[in-house]
Write a new protein. Structure first.
Length: 232
């Protein structure tokens, strides 16, 4: 698959995955008592409302990250009523967890497709794995293209899952912590979370530590996908 085609596949998978992540946030918020995302039209798997709300994170950054590194990262956002979130901290924490949970479901879906393809004789474990080669096809053509798409689906959603669960603002993991804190501790923690400077610093630190955090998780996921493969 040539570079341009690979970039298109990455972007399509990115749009689907990020839209699913944000729609899960919005859906959970509605079910837990905050209809804000619904009123903005963001409780949907149609990517256009999400792109319109976050064009920089949904268009510019993914393309730039692919050009620089060969894989994509970016973001979107679903609005939350801050008064609801402060009055319902544990519900807000569950809402924050819904986005990474959606990415986990997509990782599992990709894993099931890979295992199913192996049973049918289409796929096999690669000798060395990359983000675009989590599985390999026994032949060229459609099976090879499917292997690339499914590999990217697996890798990108694992990236989004792990990165978003880092417990630093403004990532989802920082809000998930609220579920486990007392009201007094949560109040002090929130005063830290919502400082704009802390959010910027948190994002920089999360990005710096992402590689050391992600690499062993990625290796573990591959060894769970292919028991006995011995990836390291």
């Amino acid at each position: 698959m040539d570079y341009v085609a690979l970039g298109i596949v990455w972007y399509v998978v990115f749009i689907i995955s990020t839209t699913f992540h944000e729609a899960a946030h919005g859906f959970a918020a509605v079910k837990l008592g905050d209809p804000t995302a619904y009123h903005y039209g963001l409780v949907t798997i149609d990517p256009l409302p999400h792109i319109k709300r976050s064009p920089f994170g949904m268009v510019a950054i993914p393309i730039l990250s692919f050009l620089l590194s060969g894989w994509m990262i970016g973001w979107a956002s679903a609005p939350v009523d801050p008064y609801w979130a402060q009055a319902n901290r544990r519900r807000a924490a569950l809402m924050s967890a819904a986005g990474p949970a959606a990415n986990l479901l997509l990782v599992l879906a990709a894993a099931l497709l890979i295992r199913g393809g192996m049973l049918l004789g289409f796929f096999h474990a690669p000798q060395t794995s990359t983000f675009t080669r989590v599985t390999e096809a026994g032949a060229l053509g459609l099976a090879n293209a499917a292997a690339v798409v499914i590999s990217i689906l697996f890798s990108l959603n694992l990236i989004l899952l792990v990165f978003n669960l880092i417990p630093l603002p403004p990532l989802d993991g920082s809000n998930v912590l609220l579920f486990f804190l007392s009201d007094q501790a949560a109040h002090r923690y929130e005063s830290f979370l919502y400082q704009p400077m802390h959010r910027m610093i948190g994002l920089v630190i999360a990005w710096q530590f992402f590689g050391p955090v992600f690499d062993p998780i990625h290796t573990l996921a591959l060894n769970m996908l292919y028991p006995g493969a011995g990836y390291h």
